[in-house]
Design a protein around this ligand. Sequence first.
Ligand code: FAD
Length: 310
Amino acid sequence: PFDVLIVGGGPAGAAAAIYTARKGIRTGVVAERFGGQVLDTMGIENFASVPHTEGPKFAADLERHVRDYDVDIMNLQRAEKVIPASEAGGLHEVQLANGASLKTRTLILSTGARWRQMNVPGEDTYKNKGVAYCPHCDGPLFKGKRVAVIGGGNSGVEAAIDLAGIVAHVTLIEFDTDLRADAVLQRKLASLPNVKIITSALTTEVIGDGEKVSGLVYKDRNHDTLHEIELEGIFVQIGLVPNTEFLRDTIALSPRGEIEIDHRGETSRPGIFAAGDATTVPYKQIVIAAGDGAKAALSAFDYLIRNEPV
Ligand code: FAD
């Protein structure tokens, strides 16, 4: 069996693997796609000590760093079920989609999350070419330009407030008749001079010049009419979905499906830890996921030296 099995090969899982491997304990990583969300990212400019890198390069660097150590990387493998140990020190079991079953003394879950997409024409074509999902990451790329934020929940309204301080103009588009964000955020948003709010609007298309975004089309749901807005950027803020469906019956999840963890990264099950975007930790960022991966790894090591194998 493994001493530590990590499910998920993004920044959280990679950092965890480096930490446990450096303790000299038997470490495995199961990843559907080693690298995780950074594989879909263009520029990364907010990882302290790395002023600029590209997502695929960051992912390759992560993998190279993990491979410097004796880590068993099982890439392109999906975990489908976790069966926790029945007693402290016992073995947890992870079942893979390919039918294999892995046993481990501790488990670190770092399966990340995915941004909910609008699924309209042009969204995929212009992803990273004007269509963005992370205001903390990509907001500065649109300095002085016009953007839209899709979604009037807390994350959409927070994004609009944030972006209004950077870009020339923000149009917030909400499907419903009213915004759903907290009142204090809505008041703040309404006080900003360069923000326009459009409710009862369904985005139907992202348009561009072949190279980058030039506008969007929305349907006014009250009058069933189509309208076009000229702009350079679109931030889609209609939800971040944790990749935790396979854990639903096993581990305590928040109402939003995030893995509940304590300050040491331990889940509701002893010996099972979690880190990164899949957890309840606020602010989904690479540096935060990596830090929490290291924390979960050290907590797993601590668990191993305190619990004799049974
Ligand atoms: P992820 O990166 O999501 O990795 C999850 C891993 O788990 C993957 O390997 C995945 O294949 C695997 N996995 C999932 N389910 C299973 C399963 N059942 N079995 C096995 N493996 C599984 N953050 C920044 O700090 N700066 C940026 O500039 C930035 N830009 C971004 C741009 C885009 C377009 C996106 C989408 C995100 C961006 N982020 C950025 C956010 C950042 O990428 C995430 O916060 C970070 O990747 C989270 O790391 P993670 O390890 O928790 O999860």
